[in-house]
Design a protein around this ligand. Structure first.
Ligand SMILES: NC(=O)c1ccc[n+]([C@@H]2O[C@H](COP(=O)([O-])OP(=O)(O)OC[C@H]3O[C@@H](n4cnc5c(N)ncnc54)[C@H](OP(=O)(O)O)[C@@H]3O)[C@@H](O)[C@H]2O)c1
Ligand SMILES: [Zn+2]
Length: 345
């Protein structure tokens, strides 16, 4: 079968589209024929490599997928051959203290398909049967293959960690990002007022069409936090959704209201940033880290997305062999919405 493979960590030029052996599967796993697979920033991190991340080579990238089940292990009861499915890429042990508490994304051996095992940018992928769910019928394969990781992450940030309430105000940085845009859709679904930022007026126009109430071009204003305070009559927002890290962390503290929440899931611009501890205690802020989601988060997110017939915004659908173009577009931050790799018809 054909797959996107790396033999070592590094630049875009190390991505190879080549023949690899078909995956083997255990008695608790299924084989998924992948139709579509969404790109996430994680794929860039895995390709580049990170300190502490040990990956056996050759490695197939990709965490999101939608497709059809073509083989099932003997123990598998929850899914049948021929089912149209989506994949939850979160891998957990099921027996540690955190899994027992229902917090699978806090699992001591937490992993992600495409990072800690072979990924979805391939004609076929073997995955645990418990990670496979029926494809929501209102989504086509391209939409279904590009929504789980981003929506799940955004759901946990806003609803589980943030406990977002109708009428609250949310600031979302960098709306061109996958998680950021899903967070906008989910925050609007929850009845929040949403302020978004971007480096691009075009993306801000698109965000307005998706439901953003107010927009800020962070490339054009001198002080994003001041713009947020102006919009909120000096009060600040209830919740900040940060996927950017170093570049936005200082803004978060000046843009959030007293007693508000700063929720962080990613560090696209870097992992180190000074924290104003005085602002933290004086304004009685809550800082929350968030990663992917638990099984309960996933169930709740799928119910909400299905009931509201929510669809991910698709930037473009690109054939698997053109992975370098797709990943290059994401790396340059040109996309608005999800980049989808078309794997099979
Ligand atoms: N912890 C988790 O479970 C989890 C899950 C998913 C993702 N993540 C992490 O979250 C981050 C985002 O991933 P993604 O796939 O959603 O995003 P992505 O598509 O890679 O997002 C990149 C976007 O970040 C925005 N950005 C970059 N620098 C910025 C700055 N200085 N100020 C404001 N915005 C800036 C840009 O928005 P504009 O183009 O609008 O300017 C850019 O388009 C990544 O670091 C990823 O690893 C973590
Ligand atoms: Zn566990």
């Amino acid at each position: 079968m054909r797959a996107v493979v790396i033999q070592e960590h590094g630049g875009l030029d190390l991505l190879r589209f080549e023949e690899v052996p078909e995956p083997k599967f255990t008695e608790d796993e299924v084989i998924l024929k992948v139709y579509s697979a969404g790109l996430n920033h994680l794929d860039i991190w895995v390709r580049k490599g990170r300190s502490g991340l040990k990956i056996a080579m050759p490695h197939i990238l990709g965490s999101d997928a939608a497709g059809v089940v073509t083989a099932i292990g003997v123990n598998v009861k929850n899914i049948n051959m021929g089912d149209k499915v989506i994949l939850n890429p979160c891998l957990s042990c099921g027996s540690c203290e955190y899994c027992n508490r229902g917090e699978q994304s806090e699992c001591i051996s937490f992993g992600i398909v495409g990072m800690t095992r072979q990924g979805t940018f391939a004609e076929k992928v073997a995955v645990p049967a418990r990670n496979v769910f029926p494809k929501p019928s209102h989504l086509n394969f391209d939409e279904a293959g590009a929504f789980v990781l981003s929506y799940l992450t955004a759901w946990r940030m806003l609803m589980t960690r943030g406990q977002l309430k109708p009428g609250q105000t949310v600031l979302i940085h960098g709306i061109g990002g996958g998680v950021a845009l899903c967070a906008l859709q989910l925050a609007k679904l929850a009845g929040a007022e949403v302020i978004v930022t971007s480096s691009s007026d075009e993306k801000l126009d698109c965000a307005g069409k998706v439901g953003a109430d107010r927009t800020i071009n962070y490339g054009k204003v001198n002080d994003v936090a001041q713009s947020v305070r102006d919009i909120t009559s000096g009060r600040g927002v209830d919740v900040v959704i940060d996927t950017v890290g170093t570049a936005t962390w200082p803004i978060d503290f000046s843009a959030v209201r007293r007693g508000g929440k700063i929720i962080l899931c990613g560090v696209t611009s870097g992992p180190q940033a000074p924290t104003n501890l005085q602002m933290l205690y004086w304004n009685q802020l809550t800082i929350l880290g968030s990663t992917m989601g638990s099984d309960k988060d996933l169930r709740q997110m799928l119910k909400a997305v299905t009931a509201a017939k929510l669809k991910p915004v698709i930037d473009s659908v690109i054939s698997l062999e053109n992975i370098r173009d797709a990943m290059g577009r994401m790396e340059e931050g040109k996309q608005f919405g999800k980049l989808v790799l078309k794997v099979s018809e």
